[in-house]
Design a protein around this ligand. Sequence first.
Ligand SMILES: *[C@@H]1O[C@H](CO)[C@@H](O)[C@H](O)[C@H]1NC(C)=O
Length: 271
Amino acid sequence: MFLLPVMLLVFSGGSAEVVNDFLNNCPQYFINSITPTILSGNQYKQICQTLDNIQYYATLYDTDNKIPVYSAYNLAARVQCVRLNKWFIEPQLDNYQGSNMERKGKRVLNNQASNKDYEKSGYDKGHLAPVFHAPSQPCAEATFTLTNAAPQLGSFNIQWYHIVEKNMASTVTDHCIKDTAHIVTGVVPGNIKIKNRVRVPSHFWSAYCCKNQTNHLISGGVIGENSQSSTIVQKTVKDLETDLQNGYSVGSFLLFDNNCRYAAYVPVIPK
Ligand SMILES: *[C@@H]1O[C@H](CO)[C@@H](O)[C@H](O)[C@H]1NC(C)=O
């Protein structure tokens, strides 16, 4: 009678990374203790992305659509990383033990996507927190988790890398005080699913906020349709938030605190 609850307590203590509150467990990825909107509903799970007991970024994951809503991370010094292309899953989302991302193994996944869902689907596993922004090799490996990926058309994935990820990195390098840049990258759910399991996003989006060299906050964002010849549109954080509010049909969808929302607009993609 008494053993079971005690055992559960022991197992659920510590650094479990499907968490009840980002701010209690991985506050370092957010500015001024303000997270992007945590959508309400039991399908939305907060994950402090952990590999080998080290945290690397945070993801809000939608277990119904089996794609993330967004990943939040700090863009610091980047390093050249090897792409191992070894994908992890999140044991705790499907009630398996283990606070680290792991290979799927024999686990049955009802609440998240697997590699198999993407096979022959016509879509890439498009990273939200990207390899290109990783500050270390283990961090790059930690971006290869299915909870940080959503179905993305191949040509749009390439565009996203060249136009968004590269420009985001150089904008932050050119304008931000070192280690002050926070990024949130996410999707908007679309109308189709692959394998009748994984929702294909209609859009991918990304935004940053940081302090510039004279200590003023600056911010900017982008959004693009997940289509063959997409146009990536630049937005202020405030206008991107309006798009997301409409895309998610919610009363409000906020990315950062007010100071970032009304900060000076510096476009991600320079003119
Ligand atoms: C930082 O941003 C402020 C507000 O837009 C601007 O006035 C200032 O010139 C910027 N500083 C630098 C070094 O770009």
